[in-house]
Write a protein that binds this ligand. Structure first.
Ligand SMILES: [Ca+2]
Ligand SMILES: [Ca+2]
Length: 172
């Protein structure tokens, strides 16, 4: 919560809404984030939530939800390249039949009754370096492009590039 508190309290925070694309898993998605532009001199901090859809996760329930926090540093010019570092945690869950696993999955006192199901949760976490460009557009709008190289906790075969474009709205 030490990180979240200044995000909520800061006056110079910007709400970002964007689209995401993940290369290897061919996922498309949406994300929304809150960025504090002047967390420290030349340093911005952000928290974003994302929803990615990819059949790589699961054909019938392909939605992966995630949260990312990170820091960025760049120039304060109207067109400003920046570099950053962040941490991502995401989860996909899907329900499937569990009538033959000899487990009372729903704790109702009956084992493998007709219609019993269980939920599988698939977690993924990653750290990532990020490169991007922030383009100020008048006083209130900012366009950002970014590329993140997701270094997955599940091993190098799961590493992936995430690309995003977002609009930000100053809250003042
Ligand atoms: Ca049961
Ligand atoms: Ca069962």
């Amino acid at each position: 919560m030490l990180f979240v508190s200044p995000l909520v309290l800061a006056n110079d925070s910007q709400l970002q809404l964007g689209v995401l694309y993940a290369e290897d898993i061919q996922a498309v998605g949406l994300y929304a984030g809150l960025e504090v532009v002047d967390l420290a001199p030349q340093v911005a901090g952000y928290l974003d939530v994302s929803l990615l859809v990819s059949e790589t996760y699961h054909a019938e329930e392909p939605v992966f939800g995630g949260v990312a926090v990170g820091l960025r540093t760049g120039f304060n010019s109207p067109v400003a390249p920046y570099a950053g570092l962040g941490v991502y945690v995401g989860q996909n869950s899907h329900e499937h039949p569990a009538q033959q696993d000899k487990v009372d999955n729903d704790d109702d006192g009956f084992t493998d009754e007709i219609g019993e199901t269980t939920v599988d949760n698939q977690w993924m976490s990653a750290i990532y370096p990020e490169l991007g460009m922030r383009i100020a557009w008048g006083q209130q709008f900012t366009l950002r492009t970014m590329a993140r190289y997701m270094v997955s906790s599940a091993g190098r075969r799961q590493d992936d590039w995430f690309y995003g474009i977002s609009f930000a709205f100053s809250q003042q």
